[in-house]
Write a protein that binds this ligand. Structure first.
Ligand code: FEO
Length: 392
């Protein structure tokens, strides 16, 4: 991928991973991803903001060489994770004398990961100004988006904020800039759900801090850049807020149809009460879609059959994921079935201890659901409707 000029003397030198389909061996990447790195030029000298994933090293170096810097004096390393820091050592070797500009925490992580030495670093503090040629940078620490060391860099005169993973999207695109297209919005929301949601309270504080800074361009480390950052910042404000939507999601598995029958009945009852509801059949659903739905849903109903005595393993996986993502949902419930005995409900509850939810009455059916079970599901739907009305 060719180098792109963002503004005079500032270039995108990242790489696009069109075919990557999994991140951290966990997160599905239906649209691939990109590793955005940036180069600031001053005469023959250059400064880099981050590098790229080691798998894209050659392409990254080709991009740098296209701009023909005689010297790279600095790499600003915002974050130690390898998709951005993975080529730092290669740059230091290719450009002797180059130093890594980062904070103390990131320095420690990079020494552990890349076996760099103290002399390779220039350590900076929160709010510190840094001059390179005619460009003035200011560092804004933003811990826990999504690692403890992460910080952002603000290019003062140009009003460009380099945000690393913050405001990122896993999206391989030939378009450098995001538009208001729903495709970009969904990619950003999905990324927030999968990576940032557990740190909602930290992000809320960082957004407040950023509201005092005039920003023309947001340049994250994954996905498109934002020329009109108001939209993405507003979207983030909504996602991190305490507001939830009049929606229910039902992650479920059904082995012989009993749990599915219950799920379908509950869906019907919720629709009758004007509540948006989405089932996620876990044997075929993309787990990223489920994560995205968790961003602003009011109620999560987990529906499982019983395998031996516990929940279906795919339900265990989804419940564990839901627990570590810490969605802001207000209510949760369990429905499902068993043949001869079950502690499925208890096992699922033990997986949800992070959630600050009010628990709804469980509906657990022996074998195939009957009239009594459907009545209980109707009552559950009514309870959800009453709860959602209270939310306003
Ligand atoms: Fe894109 Fe946390 O690395």
């Amino acid at each position: 991928m060719a180098v792109r000029e963002i503004v005079e003397d500032i270039y995108w030198v990242g790489t696009i991973d069109w075919d990557r389909r999994l991140f951290d061996e966990l997160i599905p990447l239906p649209d691939g991803t990109s590793y955005n790195a940036y180069l600031v030029k001053h005469k023959d000298e250059a400064l880099l903001l981050d590098t790229v994933d080691p798998s894209k090293k050659d392409e990254f170096f080709n991009n740098i060489e296209e701009l023909k810097p005689k010297k790279i004096s600095y790499i600003i390393a915002h974050h130690a994770e390898q998709d951005h820091a993975g080529c730092i050592k290669d740059v230091l070797q290719a450009y002797p004398g180059c130093r890594v500009v980062t904070n103390k925490k990131c320095k420690e992580l990079l020494i552990d990961e890349l076996h760099l030495e103290e002399k390779d670093f220039h350590v900076i503090r929160d709010g510190e100004l840094f001059q390179f040629g005619n460009k003035k940078f200011q560092f804004v620490f933003a811990p826990w988006v999504h690692w403890p060391e992460t910080f952002l860099t603000y290019l003062v005169k140009e009003k460009i904020l380099f945000t690393c993973d913050f405001f990122g999207s896993h999206l391989a695109s030939s378009e450098l800039w995001a538009s208001n297209d729903n495709h970009f919005y969904r990619a950003a929301k999905r990324y927030y759900a999968e990576i940032m949601m557990p740190f909602r309270q930290n992000i809320k504080k960082h957004l407040k801090k950023l509201s005092d800074i005039p920003i023309d361009i947001i340049a994250p480390s994954h996905g498109p850049l934002y020329q009109n950052p108001e939209n993405i910042m507003e979207a983030y404000k909504e996602w991190v807020s305490d507001e939830v939507k009049n929606e229910v999601i039902i992650p479920y598995v059904s082995m012989h149809g009993s749990t599915q029958k219950m799920v379908y009945h509950l869906i019907e009852q919720l629709i009758k009460r004007n509540i948006k509801v989405t089932p996620y059949h876990l044997t075929s659903s993309d787990i990223g879609e489920l994560a995205m739905a968790l961003v602003d849903v009011a109620t999560v109903i987990i529906a499982s059959p019983t395998v031996l005595t516990g929940p279906h393993p795919k339900i265990v996986y989804a419940a564990y994921l839901c627990n570590i993502l810490r969605p802001k949902a207000r209510y949760a419930g369990i429905i499902g079935s068993f043949g001869w005995g079950s502690k499925m409900e208890k096992d699922i509850l033990q997986l949800l201890t992070n959630l600050k939810v009010e628990l709804l009455p469980s509906v657990i059916t022996k074998s195939y659901p009957g009239k009594k079970d459907f009545t209980s599901l109707n009552q559950l739907a009514e309870q959800i409707a009453v709860n959602h009305k209270k939310l306003g």
